[in-house]
Design a protein around this ligand. Structure first.
Ligand code: PPS
Length: 571
């Protein structure tokens, strides 16, 4: 094979042969086993199929420290992202170094075994600072690190038994070696990859087409379907949109494949990582644009990374990555010419038309026109199906506040008002009712409260997904748990957090259930506000204080808020 085809030679995978896998599967059933999280399944798939080549497993401690601090494995190889297996303390404690464990998917199928060589407790704040640039929970991956990932990391080599099973778009998913073989078969030598987590519109089609032409390369549309930014359009909808757009490219020059990557939104480091992953998939060029894999604003309202940080870092490491960066041109529509131009090449005096992502979401939310110059009608139809106008979508109103603050009373009044309006089914998940029917075995420790709130969040997200209105009214004292619920729901519809901010003194004075007195006397332990924490929401959609205001008025304030959010039609 000639040198120029080295990008298309097979790369190492971590799978054993089919026969060995059958044997190993039986033997592995007796090993201690770890049920992988959704993110770990994505990581494992790319480890096993060579997408994360040269990694041979989840990082050990030395590699981890080196990757975090220097973007390199301990042997000096460029690798910007810690790929770690986070587990619970209980699970980690029962293992011995040197032993094998079975890694199972969410249905219990054994996908691989891991020879545990390393076990350590990472310094997560340090990891956040180094890898994501700030230990700020507004960054989705930092939030994941602190609030979702387990406290202990395990490292070691992987023995791959079988690929994770996918039931959707099977024909559109390719391993690095499958793509390499496909490019070889078609005689493609230069391939420019386009990474995306958003639906494609005309401007994207123009820019990718131009990028490929400039690089004199074939084009691979390579969207991420693993995990993207919370709140993104779901991948089912996106893939249907991509399929519609794919028809607009010349078939002989363009292809599409789905990548089951769990993104971290790490901007510059993520761009380098994406480049390495594309090199493994046989690509020679990679499109990097403004704010590549950007996580949005930090808690001070500023961007986490500079708009061109990703391009700069990528350029710096380009030769080691092994793929060439292609600049992403911001394309705008020029009305007089009825055609797209790069923003910096617009003929003088001509009118530029552009619709931002925010504006697009607004138009979808309000059911307004989306012009044909902006997107393909097939794409708009798909998006409208999944994102009907807000007034037809499901949503959740989530009350939080101290015991006796008035949550249940306002929630009941709100329910009746919404039922009077009609149009969508309304379900009330009141704290006491939930504890009776869904959580009767739970107490009030942090762990139990979190389980309780996540159950409420799960039910509310199902209701929201199916177009209903869920009203929740638990105490929900912890910020991170409320955030997890918000993320669960915002995947399907709007989330309106209402802080019932009646002060503790007032709640205690009312003491409707006599619980505050018992708490003061020490007869009820871990009582919120007395002997247990309540973390007040910092940015709720609405805050109401029931001191001196009647219930009807409070419920009406919520109705006004929902109207303002476009969730119910105004009178
Ligand atoms: S949590 O923290 O969100 O899981 O709590 P929640 O499910 O809303 O349950 C709160 C109701 O349980 C009663 N109760 C207590 N509350 C707080 N702390 C302690 N230790 C406790 N023990 C019992 C109390 O009546 C709460 O009801 P509300 O309607 O909030 O007054």
């Amino acid at each position: 094979m000639s040198m120029s085809l080295s990008n298309l030679a097979p790369i190492p995978e971590l799978y054993v042969s089919y026969e060995s896998a059958q044997k190993l599967k039986v033997e592995a059933a007796d090993l201690p086993s770890w049920d992988l999280t959704s993110r770990q399944i994505c990581d494992l798939e790319l480890l096993m199929n060579g997408g994360f080549n040269p990694l041979k497993g989840f990082l050990g401690e030395d590699d981890y420290n080196s990757v975090v601090d220097t973007m390199r494995l301990a042997d000096g190889t460029l690798w910007p992202m810690p790929i770690t297996l986070d587990v619970t303390e209980e699970f980690a404690a029962k293992l011995e170094l040197g032993q094998d464990i079975a890694l199972r998917d969410q249905e219990g199928v054994i996908l691989a075994t891991l020879s545990v060589t390393d076990r350590w407790t990472p310094n997560k704040a340090h990891e956040a600072e180094k890898v994501f640039g700030a230990d700020d929970l507004a960054h989705p991956a930092v939030n994941y690190l602190h609030n979702v990932a387990g406290p202990v990391y395990l490292g070691g080599a992987i023995t791959g038994i079988q690929q994770p099973v996918h039931y959707d778009f099977r024909g559109r998913r390719d391993t690095p070696n499958e793509l390499r073989a496909y490019f070889r078969k078609l005689g493609w030598r230069r391939i420019v990859a386009f990474q995306t987590r958003n639906p494609l519109h005309r401007a994207h089609q123009e820019l990718t087409f131009r990028a490929a032409r400039e690089a004199q390369a074939n084009l691979l549309i390579h969207p991420v379907v693993g995990m993207t930014k919370p709140g993104d359009v779901d991948h089912f909808t996106r893939v249907r949109c991509y399929e519609a757009v794919l028809d607009k490219y010349p078939q002989s020059t363009t292809s599409m494949s789905l990548l089951n990557l769990a993104m971290r939104m790490a901007g510059p480091r993520e761009a380098v990582w994406h480049g390495l992953i594309r090199a493994n998939h046989g690509c020679t060029h990679f499109i990097v644009g403004r704010d590549h894999a950007g996580p949005g604003k930090n808690s001070a309202g500023q961007d986490f990374y500079g708009p061109y940080d990703a391009q700069e870092l990528f350029t710096q490491y380009q030769s080691e990555i092994g793929v060439e960066m292609v600049d992403f041109k911001h394309m705008v529509y020029v009305q007089e010419k009825a055609q797209y131009y790069p923003a910096n090449e617009v003929p003088e005096g001509d009118t530029v038309l552009d619709i931002s992502g925010t504006e697009l979401r607004r138009r979808l939310a309000e059911g307004l026109e989306i012009p044909e110059w902006f997107s393909f009608p097939e794409v708009v139809t798909e998006l409208r199906k999944t994102r009907p106008p807000r007034a037809n979508q499901g949503f959740t109103v989530f009350f939080t506040g101290l015991s006796g603050s008035g949550k249940s009373t306002i929630a009941n009044a709100l329910m009746v008002k919404l039922m009077e309006m009609g149009g969508r089914p309304v379900t009330l998940l009141d704290g006491d009712v939930v504890r009776k029917h869904l959580s009767s075995e739970l107490g009030f420790s942090k762990e139990h409260r979190d389980i309780n709130i996540k159950r409420i969040g799960y039910v509310a997200s199902e209701i929201t997904k199916n177009g209903g209105i869920a009203i929740c009214a638990p105490i929900a004292p912890y910020t991170s748990t409320r955030r997890a619920v918000r993320e669960m729901i915002e995947a399907y519809g709007a989330f309106c957090e209402v802080h019932v901010a009646t002060p503790l003194e007032e709640c205690e004075k009312r003491d409707r259930k006599g619980l505050y007195r018992l708490a003061r006397e020490g007869k009820i332990k871990e009582f919120t506000g007395i002997s247990d924490p309540y973390e007040a929401p910092e940015q709720p959609e609405l805050s109401v204080d029931t001191t001196g205001i009647d219930v009807d008025n409070c419920a009406h304030q919520v109705i006004l808020k929902l109207e303002q959010m476009g969730l119910i039609a105004g009178n």
